[in-house]
Design a protein around this ligand. Structure first.
Ligand SMILES: [Zn+2]
Length: 128
């Protein structure tokens, strides 16, 4: 896909990883993702310890591909499943640095945020 920025630049999203695309997750969303990943990993390792690994993998992934996968791949893919469940996509124009933030999870609508050059504040200036 590609997106036309207000400055006229076309932001292309046809490669992975895309240098102009990211994700915005609020801490509450990140915490939900961590908690769900943790619970799934705990279940997975319990299944491994109880010789129920293959059954658990088939149930979780619904695919036999994972029966021969190495543990690192399995762990990463378990975590990835939850990582994509929350948050919003963000695109940044490399020309003008405007940011386009998805209005909500899975929405086709984006809000535009423009960089201000008359504002700067270091971390110590932020209120608690
Ligand atoms: Zn732009």
């Amino acid at each position: 896909m590609s997106y036309l920025c207000l400055c006229g630049h076309v932001i292309k999203d046809n490669i992975y990883p895309c240098p102009e695309r990211g994700d915005l997750k609020w801490q509450t969303e990140s915490e939900n993702i961590s908690q769900e990943s943790f619970e799934a990993l705990k279940e997975f390792f319990n299944a491994v310890e109880n010789d129920a690994k293959n059954g658990w993998l088939l149930k979780f992934f619904n695919h036999s591909l994972y029966l021969k996968a190495d543990m690192a791949t399995i762990v990463i893919d378990i975590m990835s499943r939850y990582d994509g469940k929350e948050g919003r996509s963000v695109y940044r124009c490399p020309e003008c640095e405007r940011m386009y933030v998805q209005t909500k999870y899975r929405s086709d609508e984006y809000e535009c945020f423009e960089k201000r050059t008359d504002y700067s504040r270091n971390a110590e200036g932020l209120a608690d």
